[in-house]
Design a protein around this ligand. Structure first.
Ligand SMILES: NC(=O)c1ccc[n+]([C@@H]2O[C@H](COP(=O)([O-])OP(=O)(O)OC[C@H]3O[C@@H](n4cnc5c(N)ncnc54)[C@H](O)[C@@H]3O)[C@@H](O)[C@H]2O)c1
Ligand SMILES: N[C@H](CO)Cc1c[nH]c[nH+]1
Ligand SMILES: [Zn+2]
Length: 876
C-alpha cells in the first residue's frame, strides 16, 4: 500500500497520473485548511478519487470539525492532524479513531509518552521532516520502537508512512512502513518528482515502479503472484505480474499480466473477455498482488466460465441469471414477466418484505430473505443497477461519521400507529402502502459515473421485440385472412368494445362531431397554426438544374396517394395527433386519408377526432387500434382500403405492426418512423424556474408508464435542485394520472453536469424526442443541437405548446431515432420524382462518359443505347 502525497494547489495535475496513483494506493491530499474548502471540493469533483486522506497545512480549530465530518462522510479515509493539536483540542478527540491520523516529526519518535497517549486515539501515523540524505539506522530504530509501542497499547489497525524530503523542503513520497520496516532504505523510495513529470507515459511507468519496488517475490523468476478478483471481491483466478505488466495495466487501466510462457498478456485481447482495472493492492507481507477488475465477456477462465474455480454461486449467480433474462428469456419466464410488469414487481417486493417481517424461525427467515433479495435484484437489474453499485453504497454508509436516527417514515411507523390506536384514533389503522412515497427521479453526477453507466443512461428501456412480434404476427395474419371480422374480434378482445361495423365513411354525421364553442375555437386555432407552418414547408416549384450544357435535370414532388393515419387512443384520446398527421397530409394533397383510432367504450369515435378528420378531408375513420388497425391499413379489408403509407405514433404493438408491414414486400407499404413512448430532455441551469421545469417534465411523464423524462442540471446549486425535486413531487401528487407519473418518473433520471458543453454532448448522444432549454441565453445554444425531434427555447416555450397548437408537429422520432429521422412534416406525405432532358449536343458531350462507364460495368446494352444515337448524330 502506497501513500503518495499530492498538493492540491499544484493544479492542474494530469488525470491519468492521479488515476494511476489512485489505482495503487491511498492518496494523501495536502490541503491548506478546513476553513475554505472550495478548492478541495473542486479537486475531489475533478479527480473522483477512490481512497484518499486529507492532510491540512494549518492546525485544526474547533470550527473546522463540522467540515471535517462532512468530508469524512463524503468518503475521505482519514484526516491527518499534528500530534500536539490532537492532544490539546478536545473536539478532535470526538472524531472516530479509525478516521484520524497524526503527523509527527522524527524527533518525536523516541517520545514514548506521546506514543502511549496517541495509541487508540488515531489509526495512522505520518512521520514528517525526514531528510532522505541523512536517513540513518537510528531513524529506523526509533521508528521501529515507536511502532511497537503503538501496537502494544492499541488494537486499532494502524497505518504508518514516512514523508521523505529529498531536495530541500520539497515533499516527496511516502511509503507504508508496517511491512517493510526491516528492509526500508532510501533506494526503495521513489521521489514524487519522478512521478509528476507530466502526463505522458513515462510518469505512469514510474507509478508502477513505485509499487513493485516495495514488493518482494518469492519466485525464482521474480514474478509476483497475482490474485484477480471482481469488484465484489470474488476470486476470478490466479496469474503473475511483473513491473512491466503493472506498467501496462496502469497505462491502459485494463487487466494486463505476465504470462510465464508468452510474456506480456493483455487479458481478453483475443477472446474479447477484457477487464477494466479498478484497483491494485499488495498483500500484508508484500509478495502477492491483488487486481480488482470489472470482468467483461464470458468470464476470466479460458474454459469460458466466470472464474477459474467454476461457475458463480449465490447472489453473483442470481445477478448473472437476471442479466441474461433481461437480454433474452425462455418463453414463459417469470423473471421476464416481472421486468415487463413493474406493478407486479412492486407488489411482490412489498409482499416478500411483509412475509420476512412475519418470519420467526431461522429457516423461515432465510427463506423469506432469499425471496426478497430475488425480487429486489430484479428491480436492480431492470434498472441497470448492479450488486457492485449496491455494495458501494453500503461501503460508503459504513464510512459515515454521522448516523441517521433510523426512525421509520410515518406511514411505516408501527409503534406510532399503535400509540394512535391506544389513544382511540383508529381512523387510519391500516398502514398505507407507499402511495405517499416521494415521487422522484434517480440522480447521477456525470463526473461520478463511468462510461458504461453513461452508455446505459443513454439507452431507452429494452423492448423485447421478439416477444412483441410474436404477439403481433398472428393478429396481422388474422386480419389478412378474415378481414373485418378479425378487426371486430380483436377490438372486442383488447378494447372491450363490440363493433357492428369497423368503419365510418365521410360525410360524417354532424351530430357525431358536434363540439362546444370553446373546444371548436381551440381546435380551429391549433389547426390554423399547424396548417400555416406545414404549408410553408411545401415548395411546390420544380427544381431545374442544367448540369452541363444541353443536360437539364429536374425534380418535382407528388403527394402519396393513399395514407393511413394512426391516432393513439389507449390511455389518452389524442385529437391533437389527428391534427398533426391530417394537416400535413392535406397540405401535401394526399387523395385518400384514412384515420384509424381505438373506439370509445360505447363504440363511437371521439367527436374531436371526427371533427378534425372532417376538417382535413379524411374519407374514412377506422374504429380500431393496435396491430389490427395497422394490418387493416396495410393489407386492406372489405371496408378498409389498403393505403400506401402508414404514419403516426402508438404503443409497442402499433410500432411492431408498422415495422412488420414495412418489411413485408407483399404489403407494398412504407411508414413514417418508429415513434414510440414519449420522451423529454430538459437542460436547466440556476436561472430556470423550478415550477416550470417540473411542470414540463411531468407533462411528458404523464403520457404512459413507459415515457422517459431526463433533467440535465447544469451546475445546479443543491438548493435549486432540491426545489425542482420538491416541485416534481408536489405537482405530480396532484395530477389525476399520478399513478402513471409515479412509475415513469421513477424510471427517469436527473444528471448533474458541470457545464453546458457536457449538457449538450449528453443531449445530442441521447437524441431526445423533445428538448427544452431552460437556460440562460437559450437561443445561443440552439446551434449546438445536433440530434433532437423538436426544440423548445427558453422558459416560456413549454413542450405542451408544440404538442397542441404552436404549429410544429408532435409526431416525432423517439428511442434515439432522432439521430437519423425527422419528425412528421409535409415532406412525409410527398415523394419526389426526378426528370431529365438532353439536347443532341448534350448527349454528344456526355455520351462518351456514359459509354465508358457502361463498358467498365460490362453492361453492353447500356453502352449501345448511347452508341446508336451518337453514331447517328455524328453522321448528321
Ligand atoms: N412519439 C409521438 O409523437 C407520440 C405522440 C402521441 C403519443 N405517443 C405515444 O403513443 C403511445 C400510445 O399508446 P396507447 O397504448 O395509449 O395507445 P395505442 O392506440 O397506441 O394502443 C392501444 C391499442 O393497443 C392494443 N393493445 C393493447 N393491449 C394489447 C395487447 N396485450 N396485445 C395486443 N394489442 C394490445 C389495443 O388494440 C389498443 O387499441 C404512448 O406510448 C404515447 O407516449 C407518442
Ligand atoms: N407529447 C406527445 C408526443 O410525444 C404528443 C401529445 C399528444 N397530446 C399531448 N401530447
Ligand atoms: Zn405530450
Amino acid at each position: 500500500m502506497l501513500l503518495p502525497i499530492i498538493d492540491i494547489s499544484n493544479q492542474p495535475l494530469s488525470i491519468d497520473f492521479i488515476k494511476s496513483l489512485d489505482l495503487i494506493g491511498e492518496i494523501i491530499l495536502r490541503i491548506p485548511d478546513f476553513n475554505n474548502t472550495s478548492l478541495l471540493t473542486q479537486f475531489l469533483e475533478t479527480y473522483q478519487l477512490d481512497k484518499y486522506w486529507l492532510f491540512p497545512i494549518k492546525e485544526i480549530v474547533p470550527n473546522d470539525i463540522e467540515n471535517i465530518i462532512q468530508f469524512l462522510d463524503q468518503g475521505a479515509q482519514k484526516v491527518v492532524i499534528p500530534a500536539s493539536n490532537i492532544l490539546t483540542n478536545d473536539s478532535i478527540s470526538t472524531l472516530p479513531a479509525d478516521r484520524l491520523a497524526v503527523n509527527i516529526n522524527s524527533s518525536e519518535l523516541c517520545n514514548e509518552e506521546l506514543s502511549k497517549k496517541l495509541a487508540g486515539l488515531v489509526s495512522g501515523y505520518l512521520v514528517t521532516d525526514v531528510d532522505l540524505e541523512s536517513i540513518s539506522g537510528k531513524f529506523f530504530q526509533d521508528l521501529s520502537n515507536f511502532i511497537q509501542n503503538v501496537q502494544k497499547t492499541s488494537d486499532v489497525l494502524t497505518k504508518f508512512g514516512i514523508i521523505l524530503q529529498h531536495e530541500k523542503s520539497e515533499i516527496k513520497y511516502s511509503l507504508n512502513l508496517v511491512q517493510h520496516l526491516s528492509t526500508i532504505s532510501a533506494d526503495l523510495v521513489v521521489p514524487i518528482k519522478n512521478l509528476t513529470l507530466d502526463s505522458d507515459n513515462n510518469s505512469l511507468l514510474s507509478v508502477a515502479d513505485a509499487l513493485t519496488c516495495t514488493l518482494t517475490s518469492d519466485r525464482p523468476d521474480g514474478l509476483f503472484t497475482t490474485i484477480v478478483v471482481d469488484e465484489r471481491g470474488v476470486a476470478l483466478g490466479v496469474v503473475y505480474s511483473s513491473t512491466e505488466s503493472v506498467r501496462e495495466a496502469l497505462k491502459t487501466r485494463k487487466g494486463v499480466y505476465q504470462s510465464r510462457k508468452r510474456g506480456l498478456w493483455y487479458k481478453g485481447a483475443t477472446s474479447g473477455s477484457v477487464q477494466e482495472l479498478k484497483k491494485i493492492d499488495a498483500d500484508c507481507d508484500g509478495d502477492v498482488l491483488k487486481f480488482t477488475v470489472k470482468q467483461f465477456g464470458t468470464g476470466f477462465c479460458h474454459l469460458n466460465t466466470r472464474t477459474c474455480f467454476g461457475g458463480s454461486k449465490g447472489l453473483t449467480a442470481l445477478e448473472e441469471t437476471l442479466q441474461s433474462r433481461k437480454v433474452s428469456a425462455p418463453p414463459g419466464s417469470y423473471t421476464q414477466r416481472l421486468f415487463q410488469n413493474p406493478d407486479l414487481l412492486r407488489s411482490k417486493i412489498m409482499e416478500e418484505a411483509d412475509e420476512l417481517c412475519s418470519a420467526t424461525t431461522k429457516e423461515n427467515i432465510a427463506w423469506e430473505t432469499a425471496d426478497l433479495l430475488y425480487f429486489a435484484l430484479v428491480k436492480c437489474v431492470a434498472n441497470d443497477v448492479s450488486l457492485t453499485d449496491v455494495e458501494a453504497h453500503l461501503d460508503k454508509r459504513a464510512k459515515k461519521v454521522i448516523r441517521r436516527p433510523g426512525n421509520a417514515k410515518p406511514q411505516w411507523d408501527i409503534s406510532a400507529k399503535k400509540t394512535m390506536e391506544i389513544d382511540g384514533d383508529t381512523k387510519d389503522k391500516q398502514i398505507p402502502i407507499s402511495k405517499s412515497d416521494t415521487i422522484k427521479m434517480q440522480k447521477f453526477k456525470l463526473s461520478e459515473i463511468d462510461s458504461i453507466k453513461r452508455t446505459s443512461l443513454l439507452k431507452r428501456p429494452i423492448i423485447n421485440s421478439d416477444d412483441i412480434m410474436a404477439r403481433v404476427r398472428p393478429i396481422i395474419n388474422d386480419v389478412r385472412n378474415k378481414g373485418d371480422a378479425a378487426i371486430i374480434e380483436y377490438t372486442a378482445k383488447f378494447d372491450k368494445v363490440q363493433l357492428n361495423t369497423p368503419v365510418i365513411s365521410a360525410p360524417f354525421p354532424p351530430e357525431a362531431m358536434a363540439l362546444d364553442d370553446v373546444t371548436r375555437r381551440a381546435i380551429d386555432q391549433a389547426y390554423d397554426n399547424i396548417y400555416k407552418f406545414h404549408d410553408a414547408q411545401y415548395d411546390r416549384s420544380t427544381l431545374v438544374v442544367e448540369t452541363m450544357p444541353g443536360v437539364v435535370c429536374s425534380r418535382f414532388s407528388r403527394p402519396i396517394e393513399r395514407v393511413g393515419l394512426y391516432v393513439p387512443g389507449g390511455t389518452a384520446i389524442l385529437p391533437s395527433t389527428t391534427l398533426m398527421l391530417g394537416i400535413p397530409a392535406k397540405v401535401a394533397g394526399c387523395k385518400e386519408i384514412i384515420i384509424a383510432s381505438p373506439p370509445r367504450k360505447d363504440g363511437t369515435v371521439v367527436p374531436e377526432v371526427l371533427y378534425v378528420a372532417h376538417k382535413v378531408g379524411a374519407s374514412k375513420v377506422l374504429l380500431a387500434g393496435g396491430a389490427q388497425a395497422v394490418a387493416a391499413l396495410a393489407y386492406g379489408t372489405e371496408s378498409v382500403p389498403k393505403v400506401d403509407k402508414i404514419c403516426g405514433p402508438g404503443n409497442q404493438y402499433v410500432t411492431a405492426a408498422k415495422m412488420f408491414a414495412q418489411n413485408d414486400s407483399s404489403a407494398m407499404i412504407s411508414i413514417d418512423m418508429p415513434a414510440g413512448p414519449s420522451e423529454l430532455l430538459v437542460i436547466a441551469d440556476n436561472t430556470s424556474i423550478p415550477t416550470y421545469v417540473a411542470s414540463d417534465l411531468l407533462s411528458q411523464a404523464e403520457h404512459g408508464t413507459d415515457s422517459q423524462v431526463v433533467l440535465i442540471g447544469v451546475c445546479l446549486t443543491p438548493e435549486h435542485l432540491a426545489n425542482i425535486e420538491r416541485e416534481i413531487h408536489e405537482q405530480a401528487s396532484r395530477l389525476p394520472r399520478v399513478d402513471i407519473v409515479r412509475e415513469s418518473i421513477s424510471k427517469s433520471f436527473i444528471l448533474q453536469v458541470n457545464n453546458m458543453n457536457e449538457a449538450m454532448k449528453f443531449s445530442n448522444d441521447y437524441s431526445p424526442e423533445h428538448l427544452i432549454l431552460h437556460i440562460d441565453d437559450a437561443e445561443k445554444w440552439v446551434n449546438a443541437v445536433e440530434n433532437a425531434g423538436s426544440v423548445f427555447i427558453g422558459a416560456y416555450s413549454p413542450e405542451s405548446c408544440g404538442d397542441y397548437a404552436s404549429g410544429t408537429n408532435h409526431t416525432l422520432p423517439t428511442y434515439g431515432y432522432a439521430r437519423m429521422y425527422s419528425g412528421v412534416n409535409t415532406l412525409t406525405f410527398l415523394k419526389h420524382i426526378t426528370a431529365q432532358k438532353l439536347t443532341k449536343q448534350g448527349l454528344k458531350d456526355l455520351g462518351h462518359t456514359v459509354m465508358r462507364l457502361a463498358e467498365i460495368e460490362g453492361l453492353e446494352a447500356h453502352r449501345n443505347a448511347v452508341h446508336v444515337r451518337i453514331r447517328d448524330l455524328e453522321n448528321e
